[in-house]
Design a protein around this ligand. Sequence first.
Ligand SMILES: NC(=O)c1ccc[n+]([C@@H]2O[C@H](COP(=O)([O-])OP(=O)(O)OC[C@H]3O[C@@H](n4cnc5c(N)ncnc54)[C@H](OP(=O)(O)O)[C@@H]3O)[C@@H](O)[C@H]2O)c1
Length: 303
Amino acid sequence: MNNTTVNKICVVTGTCSGIGQQIAYKLLRAGHYVIMIDKSHPNETISEMTRMKPKGFEFHLADLSDQKSIQSLAVILTEKHSSIDILVNNAGRHIVKRETSIDGFEMNFALNCLGTASLTLHLLDSLQRAPSGKIVNIASEAHRFPGKFNFDDINTEQEPMLYAYGKSKFGIILFTKALAKKLEGSSVTVNAVCPGLVSTNIFQNFLPRWLASLFGSLSYIGLMSTAKDGAKMPVKLCCDPAYNTVSGNFYGSHALLKYLSVNRKTNTVEDQKRFFNLCRSIIDQDSIDEQPAPLGVARDISS
Ligand SMILES: NC(=O)c1ccc[n+]([C@@H]2O[C@H](COP(=O)([O-])OP(=O)(O)OC[C@H]3O[C@@H](n4cnc5c(N)ncnc54)[C@H](OP(=O)(O)O)[C@@H]3O)[C@@H](O)[C@H]2O)c1
């Protein structure tokens, strides 16, 4: 890679479609080097990016709901890149019909929470080696329903599955705030953002096909945002110097929505720490059994 032509090294997850695809395009267009992480081959994204800037990106296959897959990915990335400037944890699903991850967790929690936490912690050293590392976590206004993370039911076995997505996005906000506290005084910032109500494939996960298609067309009449619009605020957090020193914030998509929240009581510093420690203990446990490495340092699991 020629450093004179490359600005920042950016990792973006979930770039096959939707908001992540548009974030990848915007970062590439802004002159950055983009590392895409996907569970399936991002054919369409790669064709478009090859047209835009053929040498400005790479991609890796990884299942971000699978801890071992994340560890292997982190090893490859840290070996290949001495530092990482930007990490956008965008990959996510909205699941209402129970699915269990390979590690045995409810899938919204496994992908949206543990995937975000694990990739972030495994890449933390690389982000700290950058002059000004930035982590942007894609959360959702859906975190307001149910407006808390129930630590007694992390796999949503007692609560209705309809809560599982919002709960996982609440978890992302707790994690973001706890990590920001830990990173105080360092060169790395971490923030969470809701991209708005955006017309993407995400609705196909939980709505009947006809309703998902209807949602798809709502952007044409302005009732939903396009993926391009949804990518704006996350990219602003990555690239706008105005956010260089801001950390631990959640950027919602509509000012009025904050009045729906009861989260002041359930988003306490204790809850934030507790959630961070919960993720960390699961990630540590799932690391290769013999020698738990300090988080932020990836180990070669191929041997
Ligand atoms: N759309 C909205 O209104 C909205 C609102 C608030 C928040 N969000 C959040 O925005 C983010 C992007 O969603 P989107 O709306 O753009 O949906 P999308 O078009 O379905 O994009 C999701 C991306 O995540 C990838 N992904 C899914 N499971 C994965 C896994 N196990 N490992 C790696 N990658 C995986 C998908 O890859 P495949 O195509 O291979 O599955 C896809 O590239 C999500 O975190 C979502 O929760 C969306």
